[in-house]
Design a protein around this ligand. Structure first.
Ligand SMILES: Nc1nc2c(ncn2[C@@H]2O[C@H](COP(=O)(O)OP(=O)(O)OP(=O)(O)O)[C@@H](O)[C@H]2O)c(=O)[nH]1
Ligand SMILES: [Mg+2]
Length: 443
């Protein structure tokens, strides 16, 4: 996420380290470099200008007698200003005191609206709310089915009718009342270019449904182009907040860093992958931390809490202690980690990891291969890998579409993990950690 911007900041800061004092000349130099870095990240030039102005002002006024080094002070100032530029505090959906709360998603074609509807409904459901998905995109024939598929995956009903978007949206309230749902998530049709007809339809939907939140879905990959889209929607339809999607790609950061300042509307949620779990509340402070390479431990912990099944974890811990942790348990744990999203994202949230490690390409396919190998083993083999002889290896390799070398490598890794686990859980009373993963660096 925002890798090149992170790299630029890192190199600016590392050159600053060891400097005793930052005079006007040094501050100017740093400001110039940060300015270039932001412009290269496709941040809107007005946003860059005010950002740099604030950095310079504060750096000049920084109290150099403080315990922080000049470099640390600048990092702190830049971090604070990034947080401000990203929206300051974490935004929230407006909840209607008289349910249902209505959330309407709008945006250009392909920005990720339908996916975001599914992801948002999943998130709200995990928070104990009862969402109803509503398909008001009647432009594309497959749009309703797409939402139905998502709804089925998360166990959330989908309402639609083959009339017109405005009627669908209006009748959705009755359906929510009938089903006892307290949040309506409304998917709308996208367009390639902003056109009058679409805006008019959205305006009428808005008037009819009176949503509590109109969220604009913006593709982070479109850079500051996203900003003009946001301005247009903001002026004609009116928006309350932004959902930034596709942050898992090689977005440079321009959209994220420009949208709040230009539209005045906060980014509420971030899409960070194609899967339904790849969605999170947008926290400006954590995002700033990630951009500056400080990691994002809070999000990591939340993800773990959300994804790990507590009971399973306790069971696995017990098995580790008793030494009966088998390949089946290994597979179970691996699937839990997989639920947290792409490994690359997880690694990116760890603070203080050397850059080379963060940049190692971790292949999620590797996990699939490991899974296939374990699934091709008999229960007896999973329980006791020492019985896996040459002919069993060959059978397992053929059954999983891999090679005997792959099978050997996995068995070797698993033995290592078992050894490590024994050591870790051997020490008195400490909570055992989760097993390491095959394919992870350092294993
Ligand atoms: N990598 C990644 N892909 C995403 C994300 N969000 C959506 N996508 C993908 O983007 C494509 C378009 O997503 P949709 O949700 O269909 O977009 P839409 O805005 O509803 O599109 P229209 O209804 O045609 O306007 C799909 O292939 C999604 O899987 C994300 O956060 N990360
Ligand atoms: Mg759609």
């Amino acid at each position: 996420m925002f890798d090149s911007l992170s790299d630029r900041f890192e190199s600016i800061f590392s050159r600053m380290r060891g400097k005793g004092r930052l005079g006007e000349k040094e501050v100017d130099e740093i400001a110039r470099e940060i300015r270039l870095a932001l412009l290269e990240a496709d941040v809107n030039f007005k946003v860059v200008k005010s950002f740099i102005g604030r950095i310079k002002e504060q750096a000049a006024g920084a109290d150099l007698s403080k315990s922080l080094s000049p470099a640390q002070q600048v990092i702190k100032i830049v971090h604070q200003e990034l947080v401000t530029t990203l929206g300051g505090t974490t935004g929230k959906l407006a909840m209607n005191p008289k349910p249902p709360t209505v959330v309407m998603l709008v945006g250009l074609q392909g920005s990720g609206k339908t996916t975001a509807c599914g992801k948002l409904a999943r998130l709200l459901k995990s928070q104990g709310l009862q969402p109803l998905l509503v398909a008001a995109d009647l432009q594309r024939p497959a749009a309703v089915t797409q939402l139905q598929v998502l709804g089925e995956q998360i166990g959330v009903p989908v309402y639609s009718e083959p009339t017109d978007p405005v009627s669908v949206a209006r009748n959705a309230r009755n359906e929510a009342a009938r089903l006892g749902k307290n949040v309506i998530v409304l998917d709308t049709a996208g367009r390639l270019q902003i056109d009058e007809a679409l805006m008019d339809e959205l305006r009428r939907m808005r008037e009819t449904v009176q949503p509590d939140n109109v969220l604009l879905v913006v593709d982070a990959m479109t850079g500051q182009e996203a900003v003009s889209v946001a301005e247009a929607f903001s002026e004609t339809v009116g928006i309350d907040g932004v959902v930034l999607t596709k942050l898992d790609g090689d977005a440079r950061g321009g959209a994220a860093l420009s949208v709040k300042e230009v539209t005045g509307k906060p980014i509420l949620f971030a899409g960070i992958g194609e899967k339904l779990v790849d969605f999170e509340a947008f926290h400006p402070d954590r995002m700033a931390g990630r951009i500056l390479g400080m990691g994002d431990v809070l999000t990591l912990i939340e993800k773990a809490e959300e994804s790990f099944d507590q009971e399973q974890a306790v069971k696995a811990a017990g098995k580790l202690r008793s030494g009966s942790f088998g390949l089946d348990d290994f597979l179970e744990q691996m699937q839990q980690v997989k639920k947290m999203g792409p490994l690359q994202n997880i690694i990116g949230m760890l603070p203080g990891l050397p850059k080379e490690l963060k940049n190692t390409q971790i292949d999620d396919k590797e996990l699939g291969r490991v899974e296939a190998i374990i699934r091709s083993m008999t229960p007896a083999e999973r329980n006791d890998i020492t019985i896996i002889n040459g002919s069993r290896r060959l059978r397992i390799a053929q059954g999983s579409g891999t090679t005997t070398q792959d099978v050997n490598a996995l068995l070797k890794q698993f033995k290592m993990v078992q050894g490590m686990m024994k050591q870790m859980s051997g020490g008195g009373g400490k909570r055992p950690r989760f097993p390491g993963l095959p394919g992870m660096p350092g294993m």
